[in-house]
Ligand binder design. Structure first.
Ligand SMILES: [Zn+2]
Length: 164
């Protein structure tokens, strides 16, 4: 990364400390994340912070918040993950819960049945698990058909979130 020192200083000059969070006080985009220009390209400020502190990241990786504060660019509050992890973490923290619980009309039948036994977060965990279906059904103490429904349900959740 060219001019990393200079850019890091520029980024950190736009920060307000809030507890341990470093909130970006520059431009904020409609998705709630800061906007920071790095070598002519626009980045989410927290992603720019991650890159400037830890180096470049591959395209399929997301920079995620441990602190759930979208404006925070404290490198110690950031970690790398993938898209499903991002969705799962968001659901676990209930950030998106209100969005998912609306629009019951369009929800597939499996939703309710799955949801009554396993939480959304568990369905997503099941989907991204490396365990076999049988082992998953043992782990969660549910019938194997519930595991299949959980995976279908997780797909639906991810789709709903993508459509947003
Ligand atoms: Zn933070």
């Amino acid at each position: 990364m060219k001019n990393a020192d200079k850019n890091r200083k520029r980024l950190l000059s736009k920060v307000t400390y809030n507890n341990k969070c470093m909130e970006y006080n520059g431009a904020i985009s409609s998705n709630g994340y800061g906007v920071f220009y790095l070598n002519g390209k626009s980045y989410n400020a927290h992603k720019a912070s991650y890159i400037l502190h830890f180096g470049e990241i591959s395209n399929n990786k997301w920079v995620l918040h441990k602190c759930d504060n979208k404006k925070c660019i404290n490198p110690n509050h950031l970690y790398l993950g993938d898209r499903e992890q991002n969705t799962r973490d968001a659901i676990i923290r209930k950030r998106m819960a209100s969005g998912i619980n609306h629009g019951t009309k369009t929800k597939p039948k499996s939703f309710k049945r799955c949801n009554s036994i396993l939480s959304d977060a568990e369905c997503l965990k099941i989907k991204s698990s490396d365990l076999s279906k049988i082992n998953l059904s043992k782990k969660y103490n549910v019938h194997i058909s519930t595991i299949y429904r959980a995976i279908t349900h997780a797909d639906e959740l991810l789709k709903q979130l993508e459509e947003k």
